[in-house]
Design a protein around this ligand. Structure first.
Ligand code: PLP
Length: 442
């Protein structure tokens, strides 16, 4: 590949290697990076001219694909008015438009919207809301959080504390991380019933420790970066009922699942329940700029506001950033204007058909599909660099992690592009199973 790069690309790679720290990487043993010239529709164009069909939506975000004329216009128009003003003491149409849309589209009890910078921050905000709520309600011992194993909620400290203790970073930061409570990974799969036995461990932990627990925090239906598992809607419905019984708040983290990815606008709709606090992010701006939001019910907001000190204690500098809000509004309107359910359903059946043959390949533990998410789970960790390079050779952008090769393409992907993604995935999985993409290639 390097041979085809011009001097500009060579220099860019050299400077990158010298100074840019990429996600979860070492500065010594560097993962290769592929220089990108641009992206449009469902394609990422590398600087050597190759075009890759995007299978990642840039980590759940780019639901409309890249360089979308409607989102570009919204951004440009907003830039002509103002990129940013502080949200303390000022307000503006983009932010008000966004909070109105979020209240309208999410479950009815959620009425108050706190805009913030990123998914992890929205989780921190949600956890602070739960703590302030319990404090204001006079339940001062309720300072812990209960969750399930296999979760992922972000990389900041309180968010990390509720990530899976094994795949998360608990060991590394043990001395500073708050200790939370963990029930087992939800056993019943999506589409299956949830029995009393399936929820027993969770129910017992909650009942025994309720007096210490401020809130339960979960990713609804899809456990994302913690393992790409899809669990029973009935499990979530039972969690809601148990939280009510023990007067514990329920925080749902829809940062990955929100805005249609699972086939419903929000994944909690599969269970027909509403949380007390909801986090959204990622696809909120269609993948254009970082923005997130934490929504709270009337009861949560009122209790916090009537308590001491009478204010919610958070306020990011870039809160309600007009540029981000204008793009988010355009992205939401664009999604609702299209038949996104049909798009996601078509991706779901395309992934189901395209990935099913992987089940019979050696080294494959499981194949599962929900909405616009397709997962091939291997029995062993995949050699990421070799697999990544092979996918690029095959003209697609797929970035596996751990034992998981997974696809979550933009909703606008064409039928042909989806076939290309699935074909490449089958081929790479077959080569992995045949031992032809060994770690030696790392
Ligand atoms: C990505 C993600 C986060 C963290 O969001 P950032 O924007 O990366 O901080 C939190 N929760 C879930 C479920 C996520 O998928």
């Amino acid at each position: 590949m390097t041979a085809a790069l011009d001097a500009g690309a060579e220099r860019l790679l050299a400077l990158d290697a010298a100074h840019a720290w990429h996600p979860y990487t070492s500065t010594l043993d560097r993962d290769p990076v592929y220089p990108v010239r641009g992206a449009a529709g469902c394609e990422i164009e590398l600087m050597d001219g190759r075009r890759l069909v995007d299978g990642m939506s840039s980590w759940w975000c780019a639901i409309h694909g890249y360089n979308h004329p409607v989102l570009n216009a919204a951004a440009t128009e907003q830039l002509g008015r103002m990129a940013h003003v502080m949200f303390g003491g000022l307000t503006h149409a983009p932010a008000v438009g966004l909070v109105e849309r979020l209240v309208r589209l999410t479950p009815a009890p959620l009425q108050h919207v706190f805009l913030c910078d990123s998914g992890s921050v929205s989780v921190e905000v949600a956890m602070k809301m739960a703590l302030q709520f319990q404090q204001a309600a006079g339940r001062h011992a309720r300072v812990r959080f209960l969750t399930v194993r296999g979760g992922y909620h972000g990389d900041t400290f309180h968010a990390m504390s509720v990530c899976d203790p094994v795949t998360g970073m608990h060991g590394l930061f043990e001395r500073v991380l708050p200790k939370q409570l963990f029930a087992p990974v939800p056993a019943p799969r999506f589409g299956q019933p949830c029995t009393d036995a399936d929820i027993a461990a969770f129910a017992t932990l909650l009942a025994e420790r309720a007096e210490e627990i401020a809130a339960v925090i979960l990713e609804p239906i899809v456990q994302g970066a913690g393992g790409m598992r899809f669990y029973a809607a009935d499990y979530l419905a039972r969690v809601r009922a148990l939280c009510d019984r023990h007067e514990v708040l329920l925080i749902l983290d829809e940062i990955a699942t929100g805005f249609g990815r699972t086939g419903r606008l929000f994944a909690c709709e599969h269970a027909g329940i509403a949380p007390d606090i909801l986090c959204v992010g990622k696809a909120l701006t269609g993948g254009y700029v970082t923005a997130a939001a934490t929504l709270a019910t009337e009861r949560v907001a009122t209790t916090i506001s009537a308590g001491t000190p009478g204010t919610f204690m958070h306020g990011p500098t870039f809160m309600g950033n007009p540029l981000a809000c204008a793009i988010a509004n355009a992205s939401i309107d664009l999604l609702l204007a299209r038949d996104w359910q049909a798009e996601v359903a078509a991706i779901e059946s395309g992934l189901a058909v395209g990935l099913a043959p992987c089940r019979d390949l050696p080294g494959v533990r499981d194949v599962r599909v929900l909405g616009a998410i397709g997962v091939v789970e291997m029995t062993d960790p995949v050699p990421m660099r070799a697999v990544q390079r092979r996918f690029v050779e095959l003209g697609v952008w797929v970035r596996p992690f751990g034992r998981l090769v997974y696809l979550m393409p933009p909703f606008i992907i064409s039928a042909d592009q989806l076939v290309q993604l699935c074909n490449a995935t089958r081929r790479v999985v077959a080569e992995l199973g045949a031992g032809r993409l060994a770690a030696a290639a790392e």
